[in-house]
Design a protein around this ligand. Structure first.
Ligand code: CAO
Length: 414
């Protein structure tokens, strides 16, 4: 048995944010029925294709364990089928542009009328306010949610992250909202509206930067590289690779950095790690020197300290540094490339990186479920072909007979 066995999701999501959410719910055991426009389907099926005429990795990696039904929800016959699906489902999830579902004739009021127990969950770019009608993609959310303004180096432009905190981050938030609403429904018997704005999701993940915005009013941010020699303006600045927590940290070069763009390691130099670190890099003298032996003394010269650390790390590979420093209680992490992550045996063993077979593209790698439940293990199944389960769902979920299915096809609704 899987955790969400018996929960049926009407999945109107596309691109990345919504599909991330429904894929997680599918991995937890929900029956996710992905509704796609006949003929074209989710636009990502055709985006960034690496093999002609085959569903892209963009699509396959975001739509595992789902069933695909084609349905034109703008035609009357399609609306009838959609209405019947709303009756049969526990959750409706969508991330269309603002107002798209209302324009099809399915407002929240109408959806509740059809099924008062349904949970109606949406991702939008913005919450209510001046921008609520705008369409939003990942990097727009990273910019409008505080991510870009606080990422990068002080002397460079705002920078977006490779981590998809706007799309996948908001999808994660939405999944939690849905499961919470399902839990409340157990007691109330009622469904509810769940909404996540991508701007809010990014800002939530940038929480410590709003913390720093308020600390600025009381003096400089001493853990930022701008301290003590640079200047602070009136907003949280970009902190380069400084740690967001109370302990200093930085990325330093390792052996081979001249030819390998990822020959770097992140090293945290908190007080508890300093003894082991200083001795390891050949600076036992720092332990007796009042210029170095307290966190306060080191704070104004972290750049010099990291130069000295780097002089040592450049003589070792990033993996050797990790092996040497961890037993000495120095938290550190090598900068792992996507190539290294895809080949890492421990990630394969835990199912975090999984090889999946696909009838048209053959085997490919994907990121499996990062959330491990002991009683509900995840079994990653390939993404569906467009409309692969249309007949099956119309028959088994809605009880349509062969003639009714043929008529739906004839009308262009499916
Ligand atoms: N049958 C009939 N019509 C369908 C349909 C179906 N099965 N599925 C979608 N459509 C229609 C929609 O109703 C909409 O029609 P109208 O414009 O007439 O209302 C139309 O297809 C296009 O939908 P859209 O506006 O959502 O798509 P888009 O490509 O123009 O915009 C996006 C994409 C992502 C910018 C927009 O959906 C959006 O802002 N979503 C919310 C934020 C979000 O999730 N962004 C993350 C994107 S991932 O980076």
């Amino acid at each position: 048995m899987k955790a969400l066995d018996g929960v049926r999701i009407l999945d109107m999501t596309h691109v990345q944010s919504g599909p991330t959410c429904t894929q997680l719910l599918a991995w937890f055991g929900a029956d996710v029925i992905k509704v796609e426009r006949p003929g074209s389907g989710d636009a990502t099926r055709g985006q960034l294709r690496d093999i002609p005429d085959v569903d892209s990795l963009y699509f396959t990696m975001l739509n595992h364990n789902k069933r695909s039904v084609t349905l034109n929800t703008k035609l009357d016959a399609g609306k009838d089928i959609f209405t019947r699906l709303i009756v049969e489902c526990d959750v409706l999830v969508e991330n269309f542009a603002p107002g798209a579902l209302d324009r099809m004739g399915f407002s929240w009021e109408r959806i509740q009328e059809i099924n008062p127990r349904i949970i109606y969950a949406s991702v939008k770019g913005f919450g209510p306010g001046p921008y609520e009608d705008f369409k939003v993609y990942e990097n727009v959310a990273q910019c409008t949610g505080g991510g870009a303004s606080t990422t990068g180096f002080d002397d460079g432009p705002p920078t977006v992250s490779g981590a998809q905190i706007g799309d996948s981050g908001t999808g994660l938030h939405l999944a939690l909202g849905i499961v919470t609403a399902l839990f409340q429904r157990e007691r109330s018997g009622r469904g509810q509206r769940v909404e996540c704005a991508m701007q809010d999701g990014v800002l939530n993940l940038c929480r410590v930067k709003l913390r720093d915005q308020q600390r600025l009013a009381h003096g400089p941010l001493t853990e930022y590289p701008q301290y003590p020699n640079g200047t602070f303006g009136d907003a949280t600045p970009r902190a380069g690779n400084a740690s967001g927590g109370g302990q200093p940290g930085w990325i330093v070069k390792c052996k081979g950095w001249e030819n390998d763009l990822d020959a770097y390691i992140y090293i945290i130099t908190q007080a508890a790690a300093f003894d082991g670190l200083a001795r390891t890099i050949g600076h036992a003298d720092w332990l007796e020197d009042p210029e170095w032996n307290t966190p306060e003394a080191r704070l104004p010269k972290l750049d010099r300290m990291y130069d000295e650390i780097e002089a040592w790390t450049k003589t070792k590979t990033k993996f050797e540094v990790m092996e040497i420093l961890n037993p000495r209680n120095v938290p550190c992490g090598p900068v792992l490339s996507m190539k290294e992550l895809s080949e890492e045996p421990s990630l394969r063993a835990t199912g975090t990186v999984v090889q999946v077979d696909h009838p048209e593209r053959g085997p490919y790698l994907t990121v499996g479920n990062p959330i491990k439940l002991s009683d509900s293990p995840t079994d990653v199944r390939r993404s569906p072909l467009l409309g692969e389960h249309t007949d099956e769902v119309l028959q088994a979920v809605l009880g349509l007979d062969a003639a009714a299915i043929a008529a739906a096809k004839e009308s262009g609704a499916v």
